[in-house]
Structures are given as C-alpha cells and as structure tokens.
Design a protein around this ligand. Structure first.
Ligand SMILES: C[S@@+](CC[C@H](N)C(=O)[O-])C[C@H]1O[C@@H](n2cnc3c(N)ncnc32)[C@H](O)[C@@H]1O
Length: 285
C-alpha cells in the first residue's frame, strides 16, 4: 500500500502512482539492454505525478545523460477537458513540492523539471534525436497524446524506445486511438505490451524482440503470449507471480506445481475496470 502523498517514502513502492511490477521489470530490462548495447541518450518522462516511475528512470541515468520530466503539477491545464481530468484524478494529492520530496528520497539531485503542458515540448527544447527512452503518461486526451507521440518521435535517437501508458484502458480511448494510429500511420513498431503499457520503437524492433525472448520471463512468474498485429509480432507480458516449472527430465518424477490461474480468471483480470484489476494486482505483487 503506498504511503500518503505527504509522507517521505522509504521505498519506491511507497510513492503513490500507477507503476506496477511488470512495468518496473520491463523498464529496467529495456534500460539495462540499452546500456549493454551501447545505446546512449537522455531520458524523458511526460506525466510524472508524484514520481513513482521517475524514481526508477532516474536510477538508470548515466554520466553525461539528462533526465527531463514534464508535468503540470500545481499549474492550470491548457483546456477544459484536461482540467476536468486533473480535478478528477490528481488535484487533491499532486504538488510539485511533493514530487520533489519523493524524488530526493532516492536521488541526490532532481531531474530537469518542466512544469507546463506537454505541448510546450514541441518547441524544440528537447534536441532532436537526443533521447533513448521516452515515457508518455500525461493527459489521456487523444489530441494531447497524438502530440506527445510526435514529440517522442522527434526526440528519440536511433533504436530509442517509447512507452505509452493506458493504451487500452476502458476510460482512456483517446490513448488507444493515438497509439494505434501511430502504428498504422507513423511507422511506430510495437515490441511488447503489458496490461498497462505499450512499448515500441522507430528503430530496430526485431532485435529488441529477439533479446526480449532470450530472457526466461515465464520462469520468473511472468505470463508471455504472442500476437501478430497488422504484420507486427508483439509479445504480451503480465505478472502472474507463479514461475513456470522447467520441463522435467526424461524419467524424472514431477513435483506438483501450484495451479496456474485459469484462463477465465486471467481474462477477467484483463477486462475488469483498471481500478479493480490494479487493486487485485497490488494484492498479488
Ligand atoms: C497518470 S499520472 C502519471 C503517473 C506516473 N508516471 C506514475 O507512474 O506514477 C498523469 C500525470 O500527467 C499530468 N498531466 C495531465 N495532463 C497533462 C498535460 N497536458 N501536460 C503535462 N502533464 C499533464 C498530471 O498532472 C499527472 O501528474
């Protein structure tokens, strides 16, 4: 259970927000892979809230790289729809001061903070091709997310990664529309999907997918399934918490495995409103 927004967190999981185990693991895996393959660049987050995902991103920052976060925090939203979204979900708890307190509980210095609508980033302040990782998790409105995707495309270096939050939640159809429109029309290539996030690149998606498959995700309790979407092979990952047992050696007696979650229950978890599935996942993680 996350601590109240005002308390100093002791662990990153104490920071309130929406960033769960499977995405923590997949973020770290992609960022570590970038280090291993020599992909250099800055990190950019659009939509930071109280810092739950920013704390992890900051941990992967290397010498010479810049981490920039962009959020409205306590500022006014640029239009009425965005303002309603802010009032409904964030206003009661979100201040820039609270974000900074949380971030500094785990890091010596703050990232570059842009306190403004993400649309300001289209002004060229993020140098073209400078980023290796962009996390889009701000407004859920179609027009805003479509703009955020263009910012990410221009900001990303070769083989850089873009992550889109809430690409399929029932309450965020605008994110879904902007995400799949970018796949169909802007050349964005999907790599993998989790219940909450879409991971893609304008670079070499096949190499990223091949490396992804080399890790034994099922052996670590993650469910992994494959889809083909408009010619793109995409891997779906979710955290079940029950490592798949290795295949028994020929002639060996098998130890009973904990029962796997039924297909119907998994489907129900995928389809329930996010507030319910998140509560269930939190209880399991
Ligand atoms: C879902 S929260 C981010 C969650 C955070 N990444 C985490 O993992 O906990 C969305 C954030 O986007 C911010 N936001 C909403 N509309 C925005 C806009 N137009 N420009 C900048 N930030 C915005 C809100 O203030 C809120 O902090």
């Amino acid at each position: 259970m996350a601590t109240p927004a005002s308390a100093v967190p002791r662990t990153p999981d104490d920071v309130p927000g929406w960033f769960w185990k499977v995405d923590q693991e997949v973020f770290s895996w992609f960022l570590d892979r970038q280090s291993d393959t020599g992909t250099k660049g800055d990190i950019l987050e659009l939509g930071t809230y109280l810092g739950r995902s920013a704390v992890l991103l900051g941990r992967h920052l290397r010498d010479g790289e810049t981490f920039t976060v962009c959020d409205l925090f306590d500022s006014e939203a640029p239009d009425a729809e965005n303002s309603a979204e802010m009032d409904m979900s964030y206003r009661k708890t979100l201040t820039r001061q609270a974000f900074e307190t949380n971030y500094l509980a785990f890091h010596d210095r703050l990232p570059e903070v842009v306190q403004a609508p993400t649309s300001v980033l289209a002004d060229g302040r993020i140098p073209e091709g400078s980023c290796r990782f962009v996390h889009i998790d701000a407004s859920h409105l179609y027009e805003h997310v479509a703009g955020d995707i263009l910012v990410a495309r221009d900001a990303l270096a070769k083989d850089g990664l873009v992550v889109l939050d809430d690409y399929r939640s029932p309450h965020t159809p605008g994110v879904a529309a902007a995400t799949w429109e970018a796949v169909a029309g802007l050349g964005l290539k999907p790599i993998c999907l989790t219940p909450e996030k879409f991971y893609g690149t304008w670079g070499d998606a096949d190499a990223a997918k091949a490396d992804l498959l080399a890790r034994d995700w099922p052996g670590e309790g993650f469910r992994m399934e494959k889809d083909v979407i408009a010619g793109h092979t995409v891997h779906r990952l979710a955290y079940d918490g029950t490592p798949a047992a290795p295949a028994p050696a020929a002639g060996a007696t098998t130890t009973p495995r904990r029962p796997q979650r039924s297909r119907a229950r998994r489907l129900a978890l995928d389809l329930l409103p996010p507030v319910v599935t998140r509560a269930i996942r939190r209880a399991r993680v």
